[in-house]
Design a protein around this ligand. Sequence first.
Ligand code: RP5
Length: 158
Amino acid sequence: MAHVGIIMGSTSDWETMRHAAETLDALGVAYEAKVVSAHRTPQRLYDYATGAADRGLKVIVAGAGGAAHLPGMAASMTHLPVLGVPVESKALKGMDSLLSIAQMPGGIPVGTLAIGKAGAINAALLAAAILALADPALSQRLQDWRRAQTDGVATDPA
Ligand code: RP5
């Protein structure tokens, strides 16, 4: 059963959001990935967000670009933690995405990550860390992943 729901506003977001999926794969975390647009498929978003907890999801990772209301709208309709990934936009390089995801009014939080690939990877790591609070085996895998990352950093630049 998927514990993380990765949603994105468009298939064009997959190039960014696939990094969240690949990171969850590396950590052995079950997830699903769906295209759910706040403005093009509002009913799909409503059904997804309102049904997420009952379907067994624990964390939602939502990526969107431009006027990126997907993470905030999803968060408004579920009590699950929602992590937002600002997808880099053509016109404003993702600053629009970042601000529209981060600047939620008080009361409905979205945990906002960095623009683009780094944000997608970190959203997955944060989702895994949340799940690991109640999953010692995953906690160990996450610690191993971090240790491997540390071990992989060269001491010399060339
Ligand atoms: C948003 O509009 C999506 O999240 C995407 O980042 C952006 C552009 O979508 P497309 O025009 O590529 O479908 O809804």
